[in-house]
Design a protein around this ligand. Structure first.
Ligand code: SAH
Length: 396
């Protein structure tokens, strides 16, 4: 028997947790008094059968995160270290050796709930920066063991931690030294990554393989990359031989980095467009004509940060897709992504179907892709499949 405190499920969510769902929300739980964030607890169902063990955050609606399905398994710094090492063991084999930036630990997907880490290394090996993003107060409580585990598995030259509950999520350098920027390599592409100021951990590594796909399609095309951030898809298109690439992001500093990323890749930015603007406005204007672009990439931020915001978010995605399809002539391409975990793949395909009908376009789906293999997913947990990337060919 375990001496840990017990949480009891009010509703029968035990079956889902046993199959892989890592989260239980507060409204499904009865909590004993005296729990602190980061405490290790055992979860029992309403019939008093053991379900799982994990960590608790009593202040958060996302109250329980499962780590183990065996009551006797210790949940401690040693387990964090073992799980981080297990994730590290297969990354390079799955992703390939021609990258210097990887998600080395993908939270729930690597059975290390709430703890994520990207490593950004320079090609010369001088810099090897681990950027940890930890969720909630569990992330704060377990920060120390997580840092130790990452240091043991990846030998970084610098470690940065971001957690919304500490310094408002600002980047904190907790080990070594961290330069303002690191130039990473991703297959044939190179990118400046701003470690401290960049969005999320600095770069959207999850789109790596989708960038390669866009690169393959782009020869000779006029490409519009909306929500471009620092030009990930834009650089891929330019290196793939695009005739002209226009990058649009509302964040001026990101657009400036996009321009510098062209130079870093030996592409003269003066032949391409860089606009710090609202993508909805740009697209509304482009959609008044048909045929200015042969490939449009739509990779908006999550419009649905919560389940409550989902209906409005679906409308916004549909509007964007309808405008983009209106702008495209037969024989062109739309690459349409959603990174919201609340938007299921089927919902995204449904709204694209409605958008095509609104725009009066006939399209085929030339592939539905997700995040790369360094962003593994769990079975039994569809929300984990957060990134969807749909490639559409416009027929007429
Ligand atoms: N495609 C990028 C990642 C996009 S992240 C890559 O592969 O790296 C989403 C981006 O949308 C962010 O850079 C954010 O600044 C931008 N954004 C948010 N709202 C916007 C809007 N209304 N118009 C244009 N860009 C916007």
């Amino acid at each position: 028997m375990s001496a840990r405190k017990r949480l009891t499920l009010r509703r029968d969510e035990g079956a889902g947790v046993r199959l892989g769902r890592p989260w239980v929300f507060r409204d499904a739980l009865e909590l004993p008094p005296g729990l602190a964030s980061g405490d290790v607890v055992d979860l029992y169902d309403a019939r008093a059968s053991y379900v799982a063990s994990g960590m608790v955050e009593p202040e958060s609606p996302l109250t329980f995160r499962a780590w183990c399905l065996e009551a006797h398994e210790p949940i401690d710094a040693g387990l964090v270290r073992a799980r981080v090492a297990a994730a590290a063991a297969w990354r390079s084999a799955a992703v390939g050796a021609d990258v210097t930036a990887l998600r080395v630990c993908h939270g729930e997907g690597d059975h290390v709930p709430g703890l994520q880490c990207d490593v950004y290394a320079s090609e010369d090996g001088r810099h090897r920066i681990a950027v940890l993003r930890t969720d909630g107060r569990i992330g704060v409580a377990w920060e120390g063991p997580f840092i130790e585990a990452i240091v043991a598995a990846h030998a970084p030259t610098g470690v940065v931690v971001k957690n919304p509950h500490v310094d408002d999520g600002a980047a904190r350098v907790v080990r070594g030294t961290v330069p303002g920027e690191v130039a990473i390599r991703e297959r044939e592409r190179r990118f400046w990554v701003n470690i401290r100021e960049g969005q999320k951990t600095g770069f959207f590594l999850d789109q790596r393989d989708n960038r390669s796909l866009v690169g393959r399609l782009s020869r000779g095309l006029r490409v519009l990359n909306l929500f471009s951030y620092t030009g990930g898809f834009s650089v891929a298109a330019a290196l793939g031989g695009a005739q002209r690439v226009v990058s649009v992001d509302i964040a001026g500093p990101a657009i400036e980095v996009a321009r510098r990323n062209f130079t870093l890749n030996g592409v003269d930015p003066s032949g391409h467009g860089f606009e710090a603007a609202d993508a909805f406005d740009v697209l509304a204007e482009v959609a008044t004509r048909r045929g200015d672009y042969d490939l449009i990439v739509l990779d908006p931020p999550s419009f649905a940060p919560s389940a409550k915001s989902l209906p409005r978010a679906l409308k916004a995605y549909e509007k964007l897709n309808a405008m983009a399809l209106s702008a495209l002539a037969p024989g062109s391409w739309l690459a349409s992504a959603s990174c919201s975990s609340h938007v299921r793949e089927s919902a995204l395909l449904d709204l694209i179907a409605r958008a095509a009908a609104t725009a009066g376009r006939r399209v085929v789906v030339a592939g539905v892709h997700g995040a790369g293999p360094d962003h593994p997913n769990r079975l039994g947990w569809p929300e984990g499949h957060y990134l969807k990337f749909v490639l559409l060919r416009v027929l007429s």
